[in-house]
Design a protein around this ligand. Sequence first.
Ligand code: HEM
Length: 139
Amino acid sequence: MQPDQAPSLYDRLGGVYNIATVVDDLIDRVMSDPRLNKNPAVDEAHHRVSPAGFKFLVTEMVCWAGGGPQQYSGRPMGDSHRHLSITEDEWDSFMDDLHQSLAKFQVPPAEESELVAIVESTKDAIVVVPPLGAGPPNQ
Ligand code: HEM
């Protein structure tokens, strides 16, 4: 970090150890969340992938997005979620899990907002099912 630069989100969160701790808690919540696992494709994948590998990839991604030295080595968000047919309601449940993990570790409001913005930036690639009553496009 240059002395005249504001510290990155990565540095303000305390680096990889703190980020990995929050991701560990978040992925435990997400993988066992009945609101998400009632989607059969999500349930199947949550029981197929190893929690440790899942946590590793999400930790890499958050560190990278927060300005840390890590590179994200996983698949693009569309490729890893398209087949899961994730809905708006499931997205809201995921965000609720995220807020619970951030509250548990008392992540301060400024850093919480930045993390939420990073996660929100992936939504268009992840949520592929239109809300009920939305109808077909262009009609
Ligand atoms: C409702 C929201 C979400 C659900 C239900 C969900 C569920 C899943 C599942 C089941 C997988 C494994 C897919 C497979 O291998 O077949 C996966 C992969 C992954 N997800 Fe999510 N996810 C959600 C949102 C997010 C968000 C917001 C992020 C990051 C900001 C994220 C990051 C990842 C990463 C890094 C992988 C691993 C990619 C790879 O295999 O290379 N997910 N997700």
